[in-house]
Design a protein around this ligand. Structure first.
Ligand code: ACO
Length: 135
């Protein structure tokens, strides 16, 4: 079950492996001048895939994304970090929890932006599902 908006903000520290860290850029803004959700989703998908392909020891593709809530706007120039925890490994699938955190550079304070489940499937060179333990 997905965490509620409040549950998500209760946890003061990131969980999982730091898989991706970047800066939000002006090109990624919405009409309000903040970063648009699609950019964050893209970063999360990449971060989850980085960890999933390590687990799968090869190529993966995204098969499902869970529901998400965005807790606060991300400004341009923010240091954005994606942390990934592997929740479950099936025959060919890897379920990950991807958390997005923003670091306030002046104080070092961390604030969670969002989190979501991303499910990947190990695939072969033809894009067909392959069992994870077969490399
Ligand atoms: C459309 C896009 O461009 S989205 C962006 C990139 N993603 C893609 O292109 C993926 C497009 N989808 C596909 O190519 C295919 O659906 C594949 C290769 C991911 C899976 O093919 P399928 O024939 O459906 O595989 P299959 O039914 O064997 O399921 C494979 C695994 O995925 C899991 N799975 C399939 N659908 C879902 C789902 N909606 N949610 C969670 N897990 C799922 C299955 O439980 C199974 O897990 P397991 O092997 O660990 O038990």
């Amino acid at each position: 079950m997905s965490p509620s908006y409040n549950d998500m903000d209760d946890d003061p520290q990131p969980t999982g492996t730091l898989a991706l860290q970047t800066l939000s850029m002006p090109v990624d803004t919405n009409p309000n001048g903040d970063i648009f959700a699609g950019w964050l989703l893209s970063q999360m998908d990449i971060a989850g895939a980085i960890i999933a392909q390590e687990v799968a020891k090869g190529r993966v593709t995204t098969v499902a994304v869970g529901s998400m809530a965005f807790l606060r706007p991300v400004p341009v120039g923010a240091q954005v970090s994606c942390y990934v925890e592997t929740l479950e490994t099936g025959r060919s699938s890897i379920t990950t929890l991807v958390e997005v955190w923003q670091k306030e550079i002046a104080t070092g304070a961390m604030a969670k932006i969002t989190e979501g489940e991303f499910v990947y499937v190990a695939i072969d060179s033809n894009g067909r599902t392959r069992p994870i333990n077969c490399g």
